[in-house]
Ligand binder design. Structure first.
Ligand SMILES: [Zn+2]
Length: 527
């Protein structure tokens, strides 16, 4: 369907001299660097997978969506990708939670591994070439720890084995921390700790009462978290590979420790490009259970939000920036997707006069170039989105003015299709996916996310107790509606109509809004 001209005018591979190449931000250097794989056209990439002790939250998925955009973009640029992701199914958290649930580690984590795989499909995250469970690589971890001991980088103490930070002079290169506070021989056993607590970390942990352990040549016990990723990445990608990625919270201590133990063991550089996605915040605040603004992907789906809108929102902000998650943003994401889908429908369903309008075809090609340049520029997804929406606006205007010709369709459909190879939101398959995994709400609720950012009229009325419908879906009420409902409740209380006031409070609660009364007035928060 495409003219040869289209294929010649824009490069598919950044290896051509006239094309811009991919530049990415390397945490190791703190700079934007041109990306060049170690081996020709092949890219080895490792991404730290989830610790499977609970449902993953939207902050986790911000990172996983970024990594999906990265892997899709590398493939788009013609690289052959070998992407390895681990599942951390043994660490402090998985052990603690499985114990509390009275289940074996394997049985407990199986549930969350399955949930993670379902979530990935819902969010259209491509499968890595290799997914590996930590507990399937214990023998390799033991071997690496033996090597570190032989080379004098590790020592045993009370049944555990620690990495001696003082023996590795480059420690701190990724985090750029001041090491003067680290006392040689001071040890830490927990998997997670902060920079002020930097000290010798556990490679192997002695068995504890009631905890799972493995009998091995280095004694009974279980691996520390950090050694797991070093071993699993090298096993499939070699001692030196191209990309290692995770959220910024993994820079210290996890990735710093990975570098130390791996480079100490091999004597070679470990990873060439370290990529880290910034935090997701909610309404400008850190997401936390205590603040009541903590959402798993499942929470949002239960509230009727669509997987494609969530993917779009998580992809829309370039990975080096904080992503401020709001429900308004989620509704806007839904509208943006509708706009793109409608445009594509218009292209394919409307009839246009025969012929071609060269200027319009140039417009489509320019949009393609713009979104490709944006993604080459350290995966600037915001600009890539901007490029496609500018094209849609111009094309819609041309159609409205009768300037569009049948021959122009292909160029626009081509740009859309290429853009969607990365963003993956144009196919209208949310409800089918939710049904497939038994997560769908009954129609019309699942399909009933209003195109506008407000709740359905019936829902708003139900808050004040006037409506006949059930309580509205959580997350759909605007801040304004909540404030109005609270004002009405205050008035009812002043008038002594406590039954009605209580009804309003209960309806808000059903909608996921919790009220807290104090002398200073009523505060509210979303569940
Ligand atoms: Zn890791």
């Amino acid at each position: 369907m495409l003219t040869g001209y289209l294929e010649l005018s824009v490069c598919d591979h950044d290896r051509k001299a006239d094309c811009m190449s991919l530049r990415i931000h390397n945490t190791l250097s703190g700079q934007l660097e041109e990306f060049k794989p170690l081996h020709d056209n092949q890219v080895g990439m490792y991404t730290c997978g989830p610790t499977v002790y609970d449902f993953a939250h939207i902050g986790n998925y911000r990172t996983f969506v970024f990594q999906d955009i990265l892997r899709r973009w590398l493939k788009y640029r013609g690289y052959e990708l070998r992407h390895v992701m681990n599942l951390t199914d043994v660490d402090d958290n998985t052990i603690r939670k499985s114990k509390a649930a009275g289940l074996s580690l394997r049985d407990y984590t199986a549930k969350y591994i399955e949930a993670f795989q379902v979530d990935r499909q819902l969010l259209s995250l491509e499968d890595p070439e290799i997914v590996v469970r930590a507990t399937d690589s214990i023998d390799d971890m033991v071997k690496m720890i033996q090597t570190l001991m032989e080379k004098g980088y590790a020592y045993a103490s009370e049944g555990s084995i620690y990495f001696r930070v003082a023996a590795f002079p480059h420690y701190g290169q990724l985090t750029k921390i001041d090491l003067t506070g680290i006392r040689d021989g001071a040890r830490i056993d927990s998997d997670k700790y902060d920079k002020n607590n930097a000290r010798d970390f556990a490679l192997w942990k002695a068995p504890k009462e009631g905890e799972p352990f493995w009998e091995t040549p280095i004694g009974p016990g279980r691996p520390g978290w950090h050694i797991e990723c070093s071993v699993m990445s090298m096993k499939y990608l070699g001692e030196t590979f191209d990309i290692h990625s995770g959220g910024v919270d993994l820079i210290f201590p996890h990735h710093e420790n990975e570098i130390a133990q791996t480079e100490a063991a091999t004597g070679k550089p470990f990873v060439r490009y370290w990529l880290h996605a910034e935090h997701l915040i909610v309404n400008g605040e850190k997401m936390s259970k205590s603040l009541g603004n903590f959402y798993t992907l499942r929470d949002l789906l239960t509230q009727g939000h669509r997987p494609s809108a969530i993917r779009y929102l998580l992809a829309a902000v370039p990975y080096l920036r904080h992503l401020n998650f709001t429900f308004d943003g989620l509704h806007q994401a839904q509208q943006s997707i509708e706009r793109l889908r409608n445009f594509r429908l218009r292209l394919t369903q409307e009839s246009f006069p025969a012929g071609e309008n060269t200027a319009l075809e140039d417009r489509a090609r320019a949009a393609r170039q713009a979104f490709e340049d944006a993604l080459d520029d350290n995966l600037n997804t915001a600009e890539a989105l901007g490029a496609i929406f500018a094209m849609v606006r111009d094309a819609n205007t041309a159609i409205d003015r009768g300037e569009f010709r049948a021959g122009d369709r292909a160029a626009f459909l081509d740009t859309l299709e290429r853009w969607d190879r990365i963003f993956a939101v144009l196919e209208d398959n949310d409800n089918a996916k939710l049904r497939q995994f038994g997560l769908g709400l009954e129609a019309p609720v699942a399909a009933g996310i209003p195109a506008s950012a407000t709740a359905p009229a019936g829902a708003e009325a139900a808050i004040a107790g006037n409506g006949h419908g059930s309580a509205p879906m959580p997350g759909l009420l605007s801040d304004e509606s909540i404030s109005q409902a609270i004002a009405e409740r205050d008035e009812m209380r002043r008038k002594g109509n406590y039954a009605r006031a209580d009804e309003i409070r209960q309806n808000l609660q059903k909608a996921g809004v919790i009220l807290e009364d104090s002398k200073a007035g009523t505060r509210w928060k979303r569940k």
